[in-house]
Design a protein around this ligand. Structure first.
Ligand code: FAD
Length: 466
């Protein structure tokens, strides 16, 4: 039987990063993955393929809507070749997951393909084509998550689908009904809206991207409405029925009246649930809470002291980079180091266009906590860079402590916000004040100037270009 210092179960961004860091720290490491490719949800059916389709559909939208403004005339009709678009997405996925194979080899990590199941706290059975057993001094559970569903919805995966099927449709829907106005629903909704589908969003809460600052929700809602999405917030879906090639969704609106939506596809994007099926956690003494999450303490250690858990399968934001941080954290903890994660500084991003990104506290959270804060906001449309590229929507908002000027939260929506948020993370990691950012030179013309201007606005209302 092969024995290891560490066995990692699950090869998503949490698991494979944990395995690499363990190997870097000199531990003999194995990784177990039940699918034939490494990379987990993120690389196979999450972050990477969704971004590939967002990019392709963005190009198409530019070609049909914006090229002529730039003086680019296309003779003839611009058409979508969905099959090719999906094939390109798959090629990107294959290349990226292949990269993880390379990284495993490079770091001398043994890869086992099969379902990892605990026999006890130090033995794992791997059920693949053949059954194998390994021994591991420490284990890291990184088994991730699966799409969740509402109890009354039957996902037939043809017309009533999850994000996984939405990434490989064979036709462009005529009318896609998206249940859930969160990150995944809006990103994939935008893909198909750009490709020509009518898209209706049905959201239970009174706003989309409800976990983010209300100002961001409002601005994104405005942009989506301009793009002729049908936005229905405060709607409680109560039934989804497939009739032939049609899907009928019934919901109660704010007034309690029944509203009916009819489309040819229904994307159910109501969140994700932690996944521990087949893990046999109990045999190792690992507790799972009533939300299905593996229970961990502040060291991400489970109820079995030699077993840790990270990523979507534990509490906290379901984000690839959060899982990665936790992977490194646990590897270093096992190696006897004292790592630290500041969960307040894990940025949240929506990769629609305009992109939405945030870090730190929202205004709602600061109000609730009774913190005195000041706000500096700057609109993207006031930037030369935005006018040059015609990306005028959005703003950057900086929230700073009213007394100390320390930045407490940064919320932005606009072109390349996903990349711009990194500046805010760095600033907050070093506990910068709004004035610190306002006194740093930002290259001109860039979208990043909006961060400086918002910081100036937060510092005695000193924005220069508005
Ligand atoms: P996962 O990536 O879910 O990996 C878990 C792995 O464990 C899987 O491969 C699974 O097969 C394997 N596994 C499970 N049980 C066993 C077992 N018993 N034995 C062996 N293997 C097992 N996050 C972002 O940060 N940015 C984004 O842009 C983004 N976009 C997304 C888009 C979509 C459509 C979706 C669905 C998700 C997106 N996410 C995004 C979320 C992101 O994918 C997850 O947060 C991330 O993948 C979690 O990583 P993980 O390592 O915890 O688990």
């Amino acid at each position: 039987m092969n024995t290891y210092d560490v066995a990692v179960i699950g090869s998503g961004p949490g698991g494979y990063v944990a395995a690499i860091r363990c190997a870097q720290l000199g531990m003999k490491t194995a990784i177990i993955e039940k699918y034939s490719t490494l990379g987990g949800t993120c690389l196979n059916v999450g972050c990477i393929p969704s971004k590939a389709l967002l990019d392709s559909s963005h190009h198409y939208e530019d070609a049909i809507k914006h090229f002529s403004d730039h003086g680019i005339d296309i003779p003839g009709e611009v058409k979508v070749n969905l099959e090719k678009m999906i094939a390109r997405k798959q090629a990107v996925v294959d290349q990226t997951t292949g990269g993880i194979d390379f990284l495993m080899k490079k770091n001398n990590i043994d890869v086992y393909q099969g379902l990892g199941s605990f026999k006890d706290a130090t033995h794992i059975t791997i059920k693949g084509d053949e059954s194998t057993e390994i021994e591991a001094k420490h284990s890291i559970i990184a088994t991730g998550s699966k799409p969740s569903n509402l109890p009354f919805i039957t996902l037939d995966k043809e017309r009533v689908i999850t994000s996984t099927e939405a990434l490989k449709l064979k036709e462009i829907p005529k009318h896609m009904i998206v249940i859930g106005g969160g990150v995944i629903g809006l990103e994939l909704g935008q893909v198909y809206r750009r490709l020509g589908a009518e898209v209706t969003v049905v959201e239970y809460m009174d706003r989309i991207i409800a976990g983010m600052d209300a100002g961001l929700s409002k601005e994104l809602n405005k942009v989506f409405k301009k793009a002729k999405f049908k936005m229905n917030t405060s709607h409680k879906v109560k039934s989804v029925e497939r009739i032939g090639d049609e899907v009928v969704v019934k919901a109660d609106n704010k007034k309690g009246e029944e509203v009916e939506f009819r489309g040819d596809y229904c994307l159910v994007s109501v969140g994700r649930r932690p996944y521990t099926d087949g893990l046999n956690a109990g045999a190792a003494g690992v507790n799972i809470n009533d939300r299905g999450q593996v229970e961990v303490n502040d060291h991400l250690q489970t109820s079995a002291s030699n077993i840790y858990a990270i990523g979507d399968v534990i509490k906290g934001a379901m984000l690839a980079h959060k899982a990665e941080e936790e992977g490194v954290f646990v590897a270093e903890t096992i190696a006897g180091q004292k790592p630290h994660i500041d969960y307040n500084l894990i940025p949240g991003v929506v990769y629609t266009w305009p992109e939405v990104a945030a870090v730190g506290k929202t205004e709602e959270e600061l109000k609730e906590a009774g913190v005195a804060y000041k706000t500096g906001q700057f609109p993207m449309r006031a930037l030369g860079r935005s006018r040059a590229s015609m990306d005028l929507d959005g703003f950057v908002k900086i929230l700073a402590d009213a007394n100390t000027d320390e930045i407490l939260g940064v919320h932005m929506i606009g072109a390349r916000a996903a990349d711009l948020i990194a500046e805010a993370v760095v600033a907050m990691e070093y506990r910068a004040s709004a004035e610190d950012i306002s006194r740093m030179s930002h290259a001109h013309p860039t979208f990043a100037e909006a961060v400086k201007e918002a910081a100036l606005a937060a510092t005695e209302d000193r924005a220069l270009h508005i």
